[in-house]
Design a protein around this ligand. Structure first.
Ligand SMILES: [Zn+2]
Length: 109
């Protein structure tokens, strides 16, 4: 991997981190405890369903954020971009689309 590739990936990771942070903040807003008193039963059910969907989305956004931050830390590591299973280089397009991946497409499947 060239330094240029690394820089390209760094920019990509940083922008993904910023975007995911915004997602986390928005989801935190919508997953606040809901006050049920003034709702009818249907609204009540809706908000419970929405909340569980949003809770799941928040959990996945948080783990994505942690994975991206970890990838950013590992970026200068000589091991970065090497598949942790087969030891082959992970192709740049994959690293750009999923910088947090530590395995090549074949091994991830
Ligand atoms: Zn592999």
């Amino acid at each position: 991997m060239t330094n240029q590739d690394r820089e390209q990936i760094r920019i990509r990771i940083v922008s993904e981190i910023n975007r995911t942070r915004q997602d986390v903040e928005q989801l935190k807003e919508v997953t606040r405890p809901v006050v049920f008193e003034d709702m009818d039963d249907i609204t009540h059910m809706d908000s419970i369903v929405n909340k569980s969907v949003n809770d799941a989305a928040l959990a996945s956004a948080k783990s994505r954020l942690a994975a991206l931050e970890y990838a950013l830390k590992r970026l200068d590591d000589p091991e970065f971009g090497i598949c942790s299973e087969c030891g082959e280089s992970i192709p740049l397009p994959r690293l750009l689309s999923m910088p947090q991946s530590s395995r090549c497409v074949d091994c991830a499947e």
